[in-house]
Design a binder for this molecule. Structure first.
Ligand code: CA
Ligand code: CA
Length: 70
């Protein structure tokens, strides 16, 4: 069971424009900052797609949280 406070902090760090949704571009930037420079836009999109429940190509906190608890 992940910690929801930690998850929220992590989510907010990735969601750089603070609109409450993580885009593929934001995800890619976050991974690059974490030192993972091999992640391309296509990979980031695939990761978002794999966690995106409602198909809007954005990751909401609920979707992010659900994935952590799988
Ligand atoms: Ca955002
Ligand atoms: Ca979504």
């Amino acid at each position: 069971m992940a910690d929801i406070e930690e998850a929220r902090k992590q989510f907010e760090r990735i969601d750089t424009d603070g609109d409450g949704f993580i885009t593929a571009a934001e995800f890619k930037t976050a991974l690059a900052q974490g030192g993972d420079w091999n992640v391309t836009e296509a990979v980031a999109e695939a990761v978002i797609r794999s966690q995106d429940v409602n198909g809007d190509k954005l990751l909401s906190f609920d979707e992010f949280w659900a994935h952590l608890n799988k």
